[in-house]
Write a protein that binds this ligand. Structure first.
Ligand SMILES: Cc1ncc(COP(=O)(O)O)c(C=O)c1O
Length: 479
């Protein structure tokens, strides 16, 4: 590349470098030439060139700090900067997990108090903060279910009930744990009924996994009856808490019969998703499952906080040290910033925002379920399909217009799904912008579908051939 090098730069061994080092106070030493296999041509650039390159790349990125990120089921909410500030306080970043408990009282207090807050929010009795993601929280819970049944001499329960609309991690966790999976069909309203669950219940059922509101964005209104049926049949109920953003301060799941539930701190509690991790998926349990929780756990004693492993029936350790501490700390900062009333307000606004979108788009996109939405709203491409426009084309049209598409083609039970979750963070302007863009796309689908079939044309990457990209990936190359 032929750059007209601006200052700052200097040449080291003939290569331009974008840094200046202090003078050496030791004898300069290079690897023996016999160890060198020849020169490799690493390009060198000056500091301004590097700074511009990465700054430019950062402007090509899209995130919650840029605009709406309405990924249904993912709760991509804004991560308040105060969380980051607190996570970098000296006392926290300089602590080491191998320090004696007596030197780690601040860290242990954060872990303990976060656990207490999550218990309060969910109405549960015990907690582990170790799991690094929702999916790991599911696995931990099912391992506890298994051990619970075994500890009671019940070895025949080898099956987990899972609704047809469940997130893929639910059956994956059940299988990983050695359970068989039996799919429970949701009804035409998009929810489970007592009758269907009853018909699936027998002595092989170890438990059920229920997401509430479900992945269709609809409240499982029969939850209490379903919990009773499962418990009467000797099973346990797992609550997938990925959608807790709809329920904060409104329902305590522990009061309706859930035995264990994970929460995604990287969703509901405003910590970074981090490209699949590191996140945190703490699990809260009712008292009968406390003996099976992972160890060690923080306990509060008269002489301070301690890590305790004295739990003979534990399923063991599932993460090194105390889980992803900085993620837990950020979530704790968020919980304290919001307070109880603030968290309730979060859910109220999240639900209001989703329903505002629903009302304003219901004449433009097909609503597969008539029941009210909670924090996310599900549409399909049924109307647009008539003009040859699919969910994928709608998503590409959104990219063309500068905003991130919602979750597409999930849940799998709905053909051409578009699952929109605006979260509580969006202003009226931002919601209206999304609505106007989706209305414009619905009009285009009718009048000029070819414009959508080619979209996007103005993004860094134009329409890619996704099948070819998967079959013949080019893993190296210039952007
Ligand atoms: C309903 C549901 N359950 C479980 C998960 C898994 O959570 P995680 O990505 O933290 O492993 C997700 C993730 O999107 C989800 O939407």
């Amino acid at each position: 590349m032929n750059y007209n090098e601006p200052l700052l730069w200097e040449k080291v061994n003939g290569i331009t470098v974008g840094y200046s080092m202090p003078e050496l106070s030791v004898v300069e030493s290079f690897p023996q030439s016999k160890h060198q296999r020849g020169s490799i041509s690493i390009p060198g650039f000056s500091e301004p060139v590097i700074a511009r390159h990465f700054t430019k790349l950062s402007t090509w990125n899209y995130g919650v700090d840029t605009d709406i990120y309405p990924l249904g089921s993912c709760t991509m909410k804004y991560n308040p900067k105060i969380n980051e500030k607190i996570a970098t306080l000296n006392g926290f970043i300089n602590s080491h997990p191998l320090q004696d408990d007596s030197y780690s009282q601040g860290v242990l207090e954060v872990l303990y108090q976060t656990g207490e807050a999550l218990k309060e929010i969910t109405g549960m009795d015990g907690v582990t903060l170790q799991p690094a993601a929702g999916a790991q929280g599911e696995l931990v819970s099912l391992l506890m279910f298994k051990k619970y049944h075994r500890s009671r001499g019940d070895f025949k329960r080898d099956t987990i009930l899972i609704p047809d609309s469940a997130h893929g991690t639910n059956p994956a966790s059940a299988s990983l744990c050695g359970f068989k999976v039996k799919v429970v069909k949701s009804n035409e309203e998009g929810i489970l009924t007592s009758e269907i669950v009853k018909s699936c219940m027998d002595e092989s059922i170890a438990g059920i996994m229920i997401t509430n509101p479900g992945t269709l964005g609809i409240f499982e209104s029969n939850i209490k009856e379903i919990c009773d049926i499962i418990h009467d049949g000797g099973g346990l109920v797992y609550g997938d808490g990925a959608n807790l953003n709809a329920l904060l301060g409104v329902i305590k799941v522990g009061h309706v019969g859930i035995d264990a539930m994970h929460m995604n701190l990287h969703k509901t509690f405003s910590t970074p998703h981090g490209g699949g991790g590191p996140g945190a998926g703490p699990v809260c349990v009712k008292s009968h499952l406390i003996p099976f929780l992972p160890v060690p756990r923080v306990i509060k004693t008269s002489s301070g906080y301690k890590m305790d492993s004295n739990t003979p029936l534990t399923i063991g350790r599932v993460h090194s040290f105390n889980g992803n501490f900085s993620v837990i700390l950020k979530a704790y900062a968020y919980i304290l910033t919001m307070g109880g009333e603030g968290l309730k307000h979060v859910s109220e606004i999240a639900v209001l925002n989703a329903n505002y979108i629903r009302q304003n788009l219901k004449d433009f996109y097909h609503l597969p379920y008539k029941k009210d939405s909670l924090h996310e709203v599900l549409f399909t491409d049924k109307i647009q399909k008539e003009y040859g426009i699919s969910t994928l084309d709608i998503a590409k049209g959104m990219i063309e217009r500068g905003i991130h598409p919602p979750t597409i083609y999930f849940p799998l039970v709905v053909s051409g799904a578009l699952l929109i979750e605006p979260t509580e963070n969006e202003s009226l302007d931002s919601l209206n912008n999304l609505i106007n863009i989706l209305r414009e796309i619905a009009e285009l689908a009718k009048d000029s579908p070819e414009l959508l079939l080619n979209a996007p044309n103005n993004s860094k990457r134009c329409r890619v051939d996704e099948t070819r990209a998967a079959r013949e990936p080019i893993l190296r190359g210039y952007i």
